[in-house]
Design a protein around this ligand. Structure first.
Ligand SMILES: Cc1cc2nc3c(=O)[nH]c(=O)nc-3n(C[C@H](O)[C@H](O)[C@H](O)COP(=O)(O)O)c2cc1C
Length: 318
C-alpha cells in the first residue's frame, strides 16, 4: 500500500488554516456591543439574553447579580436597533429578558431610575412574557411513554436537582441506548466518563465555565470524549466533533426518556482547563472533549430558560 500520510496532512493543514481564517473573520467577540453583521448581533444578543434568563432561573436568586450580562444585553440591543429591523423574535426576546431583570431588581439597585430610562429609550415591542418558565416534572413512566415530538418539546436544561441520589444503573442504561447513535462508517469512537464521587465532580467543575450557582447540586457528572484513533486521516479533521455531537444529543434524549434531569455543560475549555480535567480523570491525549452532562433527579419545582425558535431552514427547490 502507498503511504499517503504527507498528502493527507498537507490537506488537513490547509483545511485547519481555512477554518481558522473563517473563525477569525466571522465568529463574534463577546466583549463588543457593536458588530458589522446582523448574524453576529443575533448570536451575541441570543447569548446575553440566555445568560440573563439563566440568572433569573436560579433558585437561590441573588438580587443585583448578573448586572454585567444585563448591561451588555442592553448596550447590544441599543446598537442593533440603530442598524437593523427590530421586528425580530430574538430582539424582542432580549428586550423581554432585560425588562424582567429590571423589574425583579427594581428595589435592589441604586441606579434603577437611570437604568429604567435607558431601557425605555430602546425601541421595540414589549412582549411581556415570562423570561423563565416553570417546568413540571412527571412520574418516571410518563417520560418513557412520550412520543418523539412530546419528548423533544419536553426536554429542557435543568439546573437544580433534588437531594435524592441518582441511580447509576439508570444512567448506564441511557448510555447503552445512546450507543445506537449513527457515526461515520460506524466507528463509534466515543467514551462517556461517568463521575459519581462528590469531591471529584467539584474538582472537575472548577475547570468548567458555566456551572456557577448550581454545579454543587449535580449528582452525577458525565464527560463525553471522542478518540482520534478512530478518525480517518483523509478528510476527517472535524469528524470527532460531528460524531461526538450526535452521540451526545442521543445520550441527552435517552437520559430524558429515563426521567433523569440533565444540563449539558460546555466542554469547550481553555487549554489549561482541559489539561487539568485530563489529569483529574486520566484521559488519554488522543481523546478530544465533546460535552459534559450534569445529572440529577428533578427538584420539586424547576425554572428553565426559554428555548426560543429560530427559523433555520432553507429549502432549495428546482
Ligand atoms: C454544547 C452546549 C454547551 C452548553 N453549555 C452550557 C453551560 O456551560 N452551562 C449551562 O448552564 N448550560 C449550557 N448549555 C445549555 C444551553 O444553555 C441550553 O441548551 C440552551 O439554552 C437551550 O435550552 P434548553 O436546553 O433548555 O432547551 C449548553 C448546551 C450545549 C448544547
Amino acid at each position: 500500500m502507498n503511504n499517503n500520510f504527507s498528502e493527507y496532512i498537507e490537506k488537513a493543514e490547509e483545511k485547519a488554516l481555512e477554518y481558522l481564517n473563517k473563525y477569525k473573520k466571522y465568529a463574534f467577540d463577546p466583549s463588543l456591543d457593536c458588530y458589522n453583521s446582523k448574524a453576529s448581533y443575533e448570536g451575541s444578543i441570543r447569548r446575553w439574553t440566555h445568560i440573563v434568563q439563566k440568572g433569573l432561573s436560579m433558585s437561590n436568586y441573588n438580587y443585583g447579580s448578573g448586572r454585567k450580562a444585563y448591561d451588555s444585553l442592553v448596550e447590544l440591543l441599543l446598537s442593533y436597533s440603530k442598524e437593523y429591523s427590530i421586528s425580530e423574535g430574538f430582539y424582542e426576546e432580549g428586550l423581554n429578558a432585560a425588562e424582567e431583570y429590571l423589574k425583579k431588581n427594581a428595589y435592589k439597585i441604586n441606579d434603577y431610575q437611570e437604568l429604567r430610562k435607558k431601557l425605555d429609550s430602546i425601541p421595540g415591542k414589549r412582549i411581556n412574557e415570562k423570561a423563565v418558565l416553570k417546568y413540571e416534572s412527571k412520574p418516571k413512566m410518563e417520560y418513557r411513554q412520550m412520543n418523539y415530538e412530546e419528548m423533544v418539546k419536553d426536554r429542557h436544561s435543568i439546573r437544580h436537582f433534588s437531594d435524592k441520589e441518582l441511580v447509576l444503573e439508570d444512567v448506564l442504561y441511557a448510555v447503552e441506548l445512546a450507543d445506537y447513535s449513527p457515526s461515520a462508517c460506524n466507528r463509534k469512537g466515543w467514551t462517556t466518563y461517568i463521575i459519581t464521587n462528590r469531591d471529584r465532580i467539584n474538582e472537575v467543575l472548577r475547570y468548567q465555565n458555566g456551572n456557577k450557582g448550581f454545579g454543587e447540586e449535580i449528582k452525577i457528572l458525565a464527560l463525553i470524549t471522542y478518540d482520534l484513533h478512530f478518525c480517518n486521516l483523509d478528510r476527517e479533521l472535524f469528524q470527532a466533533y460531528i460524531d461526538g455531537g450526535l452521540y451526545a444529543m442521543n445520550l441527552m434524549n435517552a437520559l430524558h426518556s429515563e426521567g433523569i434531569a440533565v444540563v449539558p455543560l460546555s466542554a469547550s475549555l481553555h487549554k489549561e482547563q482541559e489539561e487539568e480535567v485530563r489529569r483529574i480523570l486520566n484521559i488519554d491525549d488522543s481523546e478530544v472533549f465533546i460535552l459534559f452532562l450534569g445529572m440529577g433527579n428533578y427538584a420539586d419545582s424547576n425554572l428553565v430558560t426559554k428555548n426560543s425558535k429560530r427559523n433555520s431552514v432553507k429549502v432549495i427547490g428546482d
